[in-house]
Write a protein that binds this ligand. Sequence first.
Ligand code: CO
Ligand code: CO
Length: 310
Amino acid sequence: MLVDYSNADDAGVYRISEDLAAVLTVDFFTPIVDDPYMFGAIAAANSLSDVYAMGARPVVALNLAMFPTDPKLFPFWKQVMQGGIDKMSEAGVYIIGGHTVKDTEPKFGYAVMGTIHPEKILDNSRAAPGDVLMLTKPIGTGIVSTGIKSGLSSAGAEEEITRSMAALNRRASELMLEAGASTSTDVTGFGLLGHMHEVLAASRCRAVISAGSVPFFDEAVRLAGRNIAPGGTRANIKNYEPYVRWADGVTDVSKLLLNDTQTSGGLLIFIQPDRAEKLQEALRRDGIVAARIGEIFRADPAQPEIRIEK
Ligand code: CO
Ligand code: CO
């Protein structure tokens, strides 16, 4: 066993031979968009994301599906399945089986296996002082989703977050490997600060973040300004408060956004500054958001684990 749950890593890793290890993860959730095809695609992209975050290549997946058995709904489930199949095939991943359970509230996702060289695993303990932090998707899908459910979001914003959530982190992962990143994690349910904390704790480092350089969806900023956010986001604020110190002038809107629970968010990449510029260029050439949002230092008991500047 090379990586287990003790550092809250994105996936578990098991060595099969001297030069080969299996990377394993599972993710499934209830519908987050109305469009059944896109729900399937997002569930697939999200479940692959943990493998990409470890620096691994996903190869096979097993489907987990919990659906109500009302025959009138079968066409919907077929579309959910198709969205997942198409996204997995875009990623070059074979779906080799799965399991279905009757359930009143639908749930859908995948268990994924990837492969990696045992010495190249980007686990949570590998961030290093001097690293810069780079984020590859804007933040705010949780807040915008809540806005959609309450009828407060525009159709344009729904389309924008759907596209972002369905986008694979594959290319970002390939480019960060080429550039020689120290490590990475993907931003999901615990929000930007929660997932950052997991890496900092495992690496015994601290971070200074510039709130103004974090990319947000415009609609998320607008909704956060009206104090609209999911319960998970508010829970994150409370759970990670002990690790965070906010500079004067950082607004409550920023607190909501930086803690917003994400579905299929981007990679948060830790990389030495002399490599960061090349990576940023390469990501942007591929049309990927590549925002430098902060810096990493050695942990210091006199300093907060995460300091948020304006
Ligand atoms: Co993850
Ligand atoms: Co996960």
